[in-house]
Ligand binder design. Structure first.
Ligand code: GTR
Length: 324
């Protein structure tokens, strides 16, 4: 055998025996490492890497280092990012059907939200996301969101008047605050702490774990339980990354996502309690609003405007409301 032929056959042998190049997946996460969603995403990454024997190597980037949420949604749709945990709030601007999930008081409680999202209606949202480049593999818990501010307890909608609140990027939230008599400013999550501190805004709204982990409680100590939004979150994979997978790997990734959601939901329940205890111990003043119905009633015009603009989504709203 000549030297060239020998070298060629060695190279060919190496090609045949070498394992296929691992697919490095980049995953976006807004939260810090110890947050329930982050722990669940790490579990997802580990399970996928193990079960695919390294064919896929997901890595999670925490703390929104890969960009803010609206930006990351775009990147994932375009295949620039492979997977992410997204809140359905900012998703509404891109996938209109998911706006139904951002209607204030659309769900009666978190259990009803899970029943809806884990069933046939959840599948309808997944289908809508799939048309926009996102494969929703499982649904995380995000508790319920309430208002907090730097000034005073909110007890009635009248207390909201004149105050400026940060909201997530979605016009529906601007209307929501407007109908309560306040002013809303859409703003990236990472800018809220400083804006509260310097008085650019008076308040924001979120669940206990985020109120805690973002340290907003340090600068906005009045947390008033309005429970106005219960918004699910997805573990989503970019369609571009998904379509490259074999059927076997799709099944592995799907199962890992379902397992991650299960873990996230149980960690979530624990974390909600711990965060509430922590912020109270640190001096936050938590109050129940006097008349929760008054807040709900104020949202009538938000629903009317929404249905007028999206008549095709009225039946989806009714189906959710009818789910027990
Ligand atoms: C959190 C949610 C994040 C982000 C954030 C926000 O509860 O988990 O994805 O949406 O709220 O208010 O921007």
């Amino acid at each position: 055998m000549t030297f060239t032929r020998f070298a060629l056959s060695c190279a060919l042998a190496a090609l045949v025996t070498a394992p296929a190049m691992a697919d490095q997946w980049r995953g976006w996460n807004i939260h810090p490492e110890d947050y329930p969603n982050s722990i669940a995403l790490e579990g997802f990454a580990k399970e996928v890497a193990e079960k695919t024997a390294g064919r896929i190597e997901p890595q999670v980037y925490h703390n929104a280092v890969l960009g803010d949420q609206p930006d990351a949604i775009e990147q994932t749709r375009n295949g620039g990012l492979d997977f992410a945990n997204f809140n359905m709030g900012p998703m509404g601007q891109i996938v209109p059907a998911t706006n139904v999930l951002s209607l204030p008081f659309i769900f009666k409680n978190v259990d009803q939200m899970h029943t809806v999202m884990d069933g046939e209606i959840g599948q309808r949202f997944s289908d809508a996301l799939a048309e926009e480049g996102l494969v929703a593999l499982s649904w995380f818990d995000s508790g319920s969101r309430s208002f907090y501010n730097t000034k005073k307890p909110i007890e009635t909608p009248a207390d909201v008047a004149g105050m400026k609140f940060r909201v997530m990027n979605n016009d529906l939230y601007v209307q929501m605050v407007d109908k309560l008599g306040g002013n809303a400013t859409p703003m990236a999550y990472g800018e809220v702490y400083q804006s509260l501190k310097t008085g650019v805004i008076d308040g924001a709204e979120n669940n206990y774990p985020s109120y805690d982990s973002s340290n907003h409680f340090e600068v906005a100590p009045y947390y008033s339980i309005t429970n106005h939004l219960i918004i699910p979150e997805c573990l989503c994979v970019s369609t571009a990354s998904w379509e490259k997978l074999s059927d076997e790997d799709k099944a592995i990734v799907k199962e890992a996502a379902v397992n991650a959601a299960e873990e996230q939901r149980s960690l979530w329940a624990e974390r909600e309690m711990k965060s509430r205890e922590k912020v109270e111990a640190a001096g936050s003043k938590i109050n129940e609003v006097k008349d929760p119905q008054a807040f709900q009633d104020a949202m009538g015009p938000v629903y009317e405007t929404f249905i007028k603009a999206n008549p095709d989504l009225e039946s989806l709203i009714k189906d959710i409301q009818a789910t027990m």
